[in-house]
Design a protein around this ligand. Structure first.
Ligand SMILES: Cc1cc2nc3c(=O)[nH]c(=O)nc-3n(C[C@H](O)[C@H](O)[C@H](O)COP(=O)(O)OP(=O)(O)OC[C@H]3O[C@@H](n4cnc5c(N)ncnc54)[C@H](O)[C@@H]3O)c2cc1C
Length: 381
């Protein structure tokens, strides 16, 4: 049998593409090959509803585990509630929904040893043929300097209802350690909270013990009473400061993190993965998907110039313990601008508003860093 599309890797980007294609192009023969026993790994993927087109809700909606109507941010000098929603997808729910609905198109425990544009071979020697093979293995290869967004998240079960109504995306009133530090809280149900200790740091190393203690201290400070950790997740996301667009030399199409399809400043890839899924579904002939993906990767990457430039301001313009000032100032901007920023689609006027005014960083520190790293970095790109 010749498949129309085979995805190598069954994580976020391939799972979303599968759900979208099954809805929009039910005639296609699809196959997702995942090396692990489950799709999606161990993640809680979150996004703002405005990050994705409403039209995608028809296939994305059933994957969403939790929705909230508003969210909040907290800084030392400023606190704000934002009347825009927030959504999360748990990877267990992602795996069970996709396997229940589209099990015939999914093989788990299927580790791919080799693949090319039209062929795939598993470690056990099984071979498959397709009109289009898509690399969705999630491995990002850096071409320039990186910062990191790193976090450890604990699902805490508390004895009494915690009374939190909506997520706190950034609580930066906490002690600033290891760069820009904040706590991210999702009230999952009445007695369960996901509490993530997050840093924008120069180093990818996670200080596990320190983080656990800080999460416990945060729980005490919020009077959540006795709590037990029922589940844990962790991540280290690349925050590129300078980057080059690269494609696989063998012409195999790529999606997800491996294709640099993520927001350079937040490190998040779900909004981009939804756009990519819709893009693939709109290509009439599977043999042309690789070409369409390549063209759109260049457009997405150009969109990222401004955000990579902002990353330099954050990492090179502010001393680590002063970085929160950049975000504190950002969150004073109009709500629409904040949401456009997260969506990764911000107008020229919007960009000017983001950087206008008295900078919360030291221009001297920034210029010194930039000068040390080469004059190319002085450009707005
Ligand atoms: C803990 C965590 C939380 C995150 N939270 C968010 C969030 O809230 N919002 C957001 O937008 N982004 C979030 N991200 C960032 C990003 O969205 C995720 O990393 C996302 O999973 C990337 O999707 P992907 O499809 O590119 O890669 P992955 O989801 O990592 O999928 C790659 C898959 O390929 C499989 N694979 C690899 N090699 C092979 C092989 N040889 N054969 C077969 N299978 C293979 C892997 O096992 C894996 O399942 C988070 C990341 C982490 C780590």
């Amino acid at each position: 049998m010749i498949y129309d599309v085979i995805f190598v890797g069954g994580g976020l980007s391939a799972g979303l593409a599968l759900a979208c294609l099954k809805h929009r192009r039910p005639e296609l023969q699809l196959l997702v090959l995942e090396k692990d026993p489950h799709l999606g790994g161990n993640h809680t993927w979150s996004f703002h509803p405005s990050d994705v087109d409403q039209a995608s809700d028809v296939w994305l909606g059933p994957l969403i585990s939790r929705r909230w109507a508003r969210h909040e941010v907290r800084f030392p000098e400023y606190r704000r509630e934002i009347a825009s929603g927030y959504c999360s997808i748990r990877s267990e729910a992602f795996d069970s929904y996709l396997r229940r609905r589209f099990g015939d198109a999914i093989q788990v425990n299927a580790s791919v040893r080799h693949f090319s544009r039209e062929h795939v071979e598993l470690e056990d020697g099984t071979r498959f043929q397709a009109r289009c093979v898509i690399d969705a293995r999630g491995q990002f290869e850096a071409t320039g300097p990186l910062g990191y967004q790193k976090f450890v998240g604990c699902f805490l079960k508390v004895r009494e209802p915690h009374r939190m109504k909506h997520p706190v995306l950034m609580d930066a009133t906490v002690e600033q350690i290891d760069g820009y530090r904040f706590v991210y809280v999702l009230p999952w149900d009445e007695t369960t909270l996901l509490v993530e200790d997050t840093c924008y740091s120069e180093s990818p190393a996670l200080d596990d013990n320190g983080v656990q203690q800080r999460i416990e201290a945060y729980a005490r400070q919020n009077d959540w009473g006795e709590s037990v950790v029922v589940h844990e997740e962790r991540g280290v996301l690349p925050i590129p400061l300078r980057d080059k667009l690269s494609h696989r030399k063998d012409g195999v199409a790529q999606i997800g993190m491996a294709a640099r399809r993520f927001h350079p400043t937040t490190g998040f890839s779900l909004p981009n993965a939804v756009r990519t899924a819709e893009l693939i579904a709109g290509v009439p002939e599977p043999g042309r998907m690789a070409q369409a993906l390549r063209a759109s990767a260049a457009v997405e990457w150009r969109r990222g110039h401004f955000f990579r430039w902002l990353n330099k301001l954050l990492f090179w313009g502010a001393e680590p313990h002063e970085r929160f000032r950049v975000l504190q100032r950002f969150y004073r901007l109009p709500e629409k601008l904040i949401l456009d920023f997260y969506r990764g689609d911000i107008s020229l006027l919007g960009r000017m508003r983001v950087v206008a005014g008295r900078p919360p960083i030291s221009i001297l520190t920034l210029l010194r860093h930039l000068w040390e790293r080469g004059q190319n970095d002085l450009q707005w790109r």
